[in-house]
Design a protein around this ligand. Structure first.
Ligand code: WTA
Length: 645
């Protein structure tokens, strides 16, 4: 086993040195990053790209992700270092050292083995933000099983479809989690998802006791604490092939059905740990790191679980929402734990801007040194506020662009090495090659005045790249690699400015971002038309001051199904609730507009651009390609008589 590791030397190279190294020998650079991990069997081949876009990274090496996040730190004498500083929403706290986290993970791994889970089996995880969630993830990875974490805010229906797509054998859940002062039921949603044998692959449900909510426990249901109490304490982690599947994470694309993005072990862990230590300038053994993302999203996977733990940092985990019991909460936590690196989403910053700086100003935030932003473009005003009010004009801000598919940060400033710019994510990280191309795939012309807007591509394979869509290799090739042959097409628009820095311009497809959460308009439309009142639906992401985008739906109703003819307000209410139930509260439309027709081209394609104009209160753009141009007039007239927030 190789043994190269020392946290304090992790970022001893300057950014320029890293960049030079990556430019002169890209694969050698990535091999060096991978060597910062501990391999059960060292790799000799860095990349096999003989069958693009199916990459194999560090193919002949063997590695265990859980070992890298836990055992090696304990073996290096860091066992007593706090790994997790947990703060529950009701105010309960708990600290786990690396030794304690390892001890629990070993027991959980044995408990999974006792339940018949083996390498390659899929395990769904539907949990609140509590330490057991990280333990569950690390235990699944430790035995070579594949986790599929489903965000706790998704509905039972969404959970069911994800379980069935991955054919999961086990669900790990909790009785509930605390959110906004209430126990949010999770086990109940699992029961609902599994009822009438609708997930036949599931053999057991493991239930963590968190809220002490009464739950129905049937034969297949087992309490986590009972299973761990019975489990053997020792578990030796074995190495798995570098390309062994680590996890599936479902994300929204342009079609109605979420895609199971597949990440594998060695390359993913290399990308997550390298970017975590580089982008956040991790050099001090005294850093206290806090990423506010839920583990149900990719940011939680890479920058709550794998990146930080592989790098052996101390991190804060907070269960609840930023406003519970009031808007002081986050800033109290930063003050209390002396957080030095803080990573959150622009939507949160905008919410606090609206609430006012007093809630921040009342706290000593002098421990902060690096502030990160992720999930959507950060507007310059929010950037400035973050810098001034939260960072005391002292902290570096890293605006990090990446995706579920990229596995780790691709574009971001690197602290202390460049002049940051409010609103621009600036440069690809050392080792990453990106480009901006026009409609035809030619690079946009980048002059002293910058460039036109184009499509963002990633031009060379990178270690934490997705390795496929679960069960659908063709969709993987088609979605990401066919628009601009040989390049990964990200789905985002971008342009260069006069200094050659990159500005992200948002999605160019039907993916929308609501409070940083990724949703697809097609997915919400499918949910709407499943309701018997709805004949047709069109959904757009309308600009929103706080959440960046908000869901606005236009529906045509089936008059014959309406029965007692409820009024439009009632219809709006029912359909908004319906979408929450089908997908989750995050997808709930801000507004439902009942219309008699939708604007379509002569070939029958809905012109969402025009609906977006209406939803954002702008004069409607060019309607000449519509089959019937009067449609927009009637929709516009309608708008002024209906709102249902
Ligand atoms: C958007 C989240 C601008 C982008 C990590 C991308 C951003 C999508 C930024 C992926 C940023 C993420 N600036 N846009 N710093 N970060 N995005 O898969 O549109 O939930 O394609 O991953 O979020 O969303 P996902």
């Amino acid at each position: 086993m190789t043994w190269p590791y020392k946290i304090s030397s992790m970022t001893s190279k300057t950014n320029q040195e890293l960049r030079d190294e990556a430019n002169s020998d890209r694969l050698g650079f990535w091999a060096n990053q991978a060597h910062q991990l501990s391999w059960h069997k060292p790799f000799t081949k860095t990349l096999d790209w003989s069958n693009p876009p199916f990459a194999k990274w560090f193919e002949d090496g063997q590695i265990n992700a859980s070992y890298n996040c836990l055992d090696r730190h304990v073996l290096a004498g860091l066992g007593d270092k706090p790994a997790i500083l947990f703060e529950g929403e009701p105010g309960d706290t708990q600290t786990y050292t690396y030794s304690e986290l390892l001890e629990q993970t070993k027991k959980a791994a044995n408990a999974l083995l006792d339940l018949g889970i083996r390498s390659g089996d899929r395990v769904a995880i539907y949990m609140p933000m509590i330490p057991e969630t990280l333990i569950a993830i690390l235990a699944v990875a430790r035995i070579g099983a594949v986790h599929s974490v489903v965000f706790g805010g998704f509905s039972a229906d969404s959970l069911r479809s994800r379980i069935n797509d991955a054919q999961a054998k086990l669900v790990i859940t909790a009785d509930g989690g605390f959110r906004k002062g209430k126990a949010h039921p999770l086990k109940e949603a699992v029961d609902h998802a599994l009822q009438d044998n609708s997930c036949p692959s599931i053999e057991h449900v493991l239930v963590v006791q968190r809220t002490n909510t009464a739950v129905a426990m049937e034969d297949k249901d087992i309490w986590w604490h009972d299973a761990l109490a019975k489990a053997e304490p020792e578990h030796e982690a074995i190495g798995f092939d570098s390309e062994h599947p680590l996890f599936i994470l479902y994300t929204s694309g342009t079609t109605g059905k979420p895609k199971g993005i597949l990440h594998t072990t060695g390359g993913y862990l290399t990308g997550a740990s390298y970017t975590h230590r580089t982008v956040f300038d991790l050099k001090s053994d005294t850093d206290v790191y806090w990423c506010t993302a839920d583990v149900g999203w990719i940011t939680g996977h890479s920058y709550v679980v794998y990146g930080p733990l592989a790098n052996g940092v101390t991190q804060v985990i907070y269960e609840g929402t930023p406003d519970s019991p009031n808007f002081e909460r986050w800033w109290e936590i930063i003050e209390k734990f002396k957080v030095s690196i803080f990573y959150t989403a622009p939507t949160a910053i905008r919410t606090f801007m609206k609430v006012g700086r007093a809630v921040v100003d009342g706290h000593d935030l002098s421990s902060l040194r690096i502030l990160g932003s992720v999930g959507e473009p950060i507007n310059p005003e929010a950037w400035e506020w973050y810098h001034k009010v939260v960072g005391g004009s002292r902290c570096e801000i890293v605006d990090t662009w990446w995706q579920t598919e990229t596995g780790s940060i691709m574009i971001s400033p690197v602290p202390h090495t460049m002049q940051t710019k409010p609103g621009s994510a600036q440069r690809a990280l050392p080792g990453i090659t990106v480009g901006i191309v026009d409609e035809n795939g030619s690079p946009v012309i980048n002059s002293s005045e910058g460039s036109e807007a184009g499509y963002l591509t990633i031009d060379e394979p990178w270690p934490s790249m997705l390795k496929g869509i679960w069960g659908d290799p063709e969709r993987f090739v088609e979605t990401y690699w066919s628009r601009f042959p040989g390049k990964y097409f990200a789905g985002d628009g971008a342009r260069f400015d006069e200094d050659g820095d990159i500005w992200l311009l948002g999605r160019i497809d039907d993916v929308i971002k609501v409070s940083g959460h990724r949703l697809s308009t097609a997915e919400i439309e499918s949910a709407l038309v499943e309701h018997h009142w709805v004949a047709e639906a069109a959904v757009v992401g309308a600009q929103d001051e706080i959440t960046e985008q908000a869901v606005v739906a236009f529906v045509i109703l089936r008059q014959d199904e309406l029965g007692d003819a409820p009024d439009e307000e009632e219809i709006g209410k029912v359909l908004r609730g319906w979408v929450s139930e089908k997908i989750g509260a995050i997808a709930r439309p801000r507004q439902i507009m009942v219309v008699s027709e939708l604007p379509k081209t002569r070939s029958g394609k809905i012109m969402r651009r025009l609906l977006k104009d209406v939803a954002e209160g702008r004069p409607v753009g060019d309607t000449t390609t519509l089959a019937d141009s009067s449609v927009m007039n009637s929709i516009n007239d309608k708008l002024h008589s209906s709102t249902n927030d």
